[in-house]
Design a protein around this ligand. Structure first.
Ligand code: ADP
Length: 472
């Protein structure tokens, strides 16, 4: 700007100097004109420079606000000239950019909140398979550190499981913008079933950033339910088919006619036995299904544990006598009352006694007892243990954790021969759980089995006055 002013000032100055040299104008006038011209040029240069400096400052302020992703301060520009109007446009554009940045930040916060709230594992990778984003469930699923920064690391290397690596390779190779889905049985870092899907991210430019989104849903539990249901149906079919074919076969033979009355009676006996077995199976199935579906709500009362044991022992006494098994009852008189459903607890004790008598050889004994006991810490609630302890054949340690599964038996043929349904302990477990109690099975092969049921004490528990000790 100074150069422009100088360029405008120098030609008239030269003309004045030439006029002074030819003595057309007096030197004094020339000097006065030159000084006045220089002062006017300097003054106007300064004024223009100040205006420009303030405009530059305003533009700087707008740029600084944009750098900080903030809306620019609204310094009103002088819009009388082109520069002022350009400033106004810049300010409006900066406002629009600031709004856009704010809405993008909001969208990012929402997106992050959604990712955090998802139970599915989400992994976003770049075009070369490098991690762009991992949510917390993904870190858990692939046993990664909860707070390490994995951005830029190769996802295939991080996930380690070959089946998952193969899925990622297939999804990224497919191209064409479609979603690739599959159910994968992972082995690493832990066995689990996942439903996986991988989809390309639609992008405006081919530059870096997100290229693929992978979502993994843990369906291990679902698979296990499916397997349990399929096993249950298979077991049930098997359990029903065996007595039915016997019924069918013997009935057919009898219809065709059996000459020997003794044989006919024996066949009828088998038919009766199998019919009873079917009926027991159906009764147990109904009990279990009602318990599982909550159709058998407990009728809770404050109960004397001694009475519960005595009632069950009385019912089973005859069966024990027939099998040649001793059935002593040992119940102290000062037990706290328990909070329970009399009929359901009776069902528990009868099932346990039935098992103990069935699996104890002639000459052995089954002791029914009770004692006050607190539950395991940290709850340590007061309660009573109802114990059935036999001197029978015992149960292999490996089978104990599975005994309460429906239809699980240590020796299937033997259980059937003894009239078992394979549902007794499953029913026991359900009833005990409904009472808020616990079930413990301890056993040693060829030495015997002890089943302990812990039931919480009644709130207003008073020591029981019953002296329910007897033997048989
Ligand atoms: P079951 O009708 O076959 O007795 P349960 O569910 O009551 O079915 O028991 C499951 C399995 O647990 C039995 O088949 C048996 O193998 C084993 N079992 C239960 N109680 C005893 C016991 N007191 N002694 C030995 N084995 C037992």
């Amino acid at each position: 700007m100074a150069a422009a002013v100088a360029a405008g000032f120098i030609p008239p100055a030269l003309v004045l100097i030439i006029l002074a040299a030819t003595e057309a104008v007096s030197i004094a006038w020339v000097v006065a004109a030159l000084v006045l011209g220089a002062v006017a040029a300097g003054w106007s240069t300064l004024a223009v420079a100040r205006v420009w400096a303030s405009r530059a400052e305003r533009i700087e302020t707008v740029a600084a606000s944009l750098e900080k992703h903030e809306p620019p301060p609204h310094l009103i520009p002088d819009e009388r000239d082109a520069m002022g109007r350009a400033e106004r446009r810049l300010l409006d554009a900066a406002d629009a950019v600031a709004d856009e940045i704010e809405s993008l930040a909001e969208q990012r916060d929402e997106f992050e909140a959604i990712l955090r709230g998802m139970t599915e594992a989400v992994v976003v990778t770049g075009s070369r398979g490098e991690v762009v984003l991992l949510n917390a469930p993904a870190r858990r699923m692939f046993a990664l550190s909860p707070d390490a920064n994995y951005n830029g690391r190769d996802f295939v290397e991080l996930c380690r499981d070959p089946r998952l690596q193969e899925f990622v390779a297939r999804a990224t190779a497919s191209g064409g913008g479609q979603v690739t889905s599959a159910e994968i049985a992972l082995q690493t870092p832990a066995p689990r079933h996942v439903s996986a899907s991988g989809a390309p991210v639609r992008r405006r430019s081919g530059a870096g950033g997100a290229a693929w989104v992978f979502v993994f849903h843990d369906i291990t539990q679902l698979k296990s339910y499916e397997t349990q249901r399929a096993d249950f149906v298979a077991n049930l079919t098997h359990e029903i088919r065996t007595p039915l074919s016997a019924l069918y076969g013997y009935a057919e033979t009898l219809i065709r006619g059996v000459d020997d009355p003794e044989t006919a009676r024996r066949f009828l006996g088998i038919i009766e036995h199998q019919a009873r077995r079917l009926s027991r199976l159906i009764d147990d199935l109904i009990s279990l299904s009602d318990l599982e579906r909550g159709l058998m709500p407990l009728k809770l009362d404050d109960l004397d544990a001694g009475t519960v044991l005595k009632d069950a022992e009385e019912l089973m006494r005859e069966q024990a006598r027939r099998e040649g098994v001793e059935l002593p009852l040992d119940c102290p008189g000062n037990l706290p009352l328990i909070r329970g459903d009399r009929d359901r607890l009776h069902q528990v004790m009868v099932n346990l006694l039935d098992n103990a008598i069935k699996y104890t050889p002639r000459g052995g004994s089954v002791v029914v007892s009770a004692r006050a006991a607190t539950s395991a810490p940290p709850e340590s609630r007061p309660g009573v243990e109802l114990i059935v302890s036999d001197t029978g054949e015992g149960i292999p340690a490996a089978d104990i954790p599975r005994l309460t599964e429906r239809f699980y038996r240590v020796d299937r043929a033997r259980s059937r021969e003894l009239g078992g349904t394979g549902l007794g302990l499953a029913i026991v477990k359900h009833i005990v759980q409904l009472h808020g109690g616990s079930l413990r099975i301890e056993s040693r092969l060829r030495e015997g089995t002890t089943v302990t049921v812990w039931i919480p004490a009644a709130a207003a528990s008073v020591p029981s006055a019953a002296t329910g000790t007897s033997g048989s």
